[in-house]
Design a protein. Structure first.
Length: 130
């Protein structure tokens, strides 16, 4: 069963290069006044990716701390913030994938991360607060 999802802004950008889509997403992410992002692209055979990194954030409610037996005190994006960023990105995307048959067809893949420098800074804040 194929599920087709088409973002609300996809028809406006379907003929644009991924670097132009990245510029539009950068503009949309400026709505988060207390955060700064890095938006980069990656091209590879038969595909492309958009990488969004949170580089600064003064609202610590947008970040949560992940604990497991393998890593402790790892800052990650809160579920609500991650969903909100994902919905901005997905406005420019489409997905006609069929995972059961191992068929994937999207405008681009995307990844959300916290920048390493911000992660180190947040871990230091946690260590000092403890």
């Amino acid at each position: 069963m194929t599920t087709e999802v088409i973002g609300s802004k996809y028809n406006q950008v379907k003929d644009l290069d991924i670097k132009d889509i990245a510029k539009l997403i950068r503009q949309d992410l400026k709505k988060f006044k207390d955060c700064k992002f890095s938006v980069s692209i990656h091209r590879y055979a038969n595909g492309r990716s958009l990488i969004v990194k949170l580089t600064e954030c003064s609202d610590l409610n947008k970040i949560q701390i992940y604990y497991s037996e393998y890593c402790s005190n790892k800052p990650i994006l809160s579920n609500n913030f991650q969903t909100e960023i994902g919905s901005i990105i997905n406005q420019y995307n489409f997905d006609r994938s069929h995972p059961q048959s191992d068929y994937f067809h999207v405008n681009f893949y995307h990844h959300l991360w916290i920048d390493n420098n911000l992660e180190i800074k947040l871990k230091e804040q946690l260590r000092v607060a403890a």
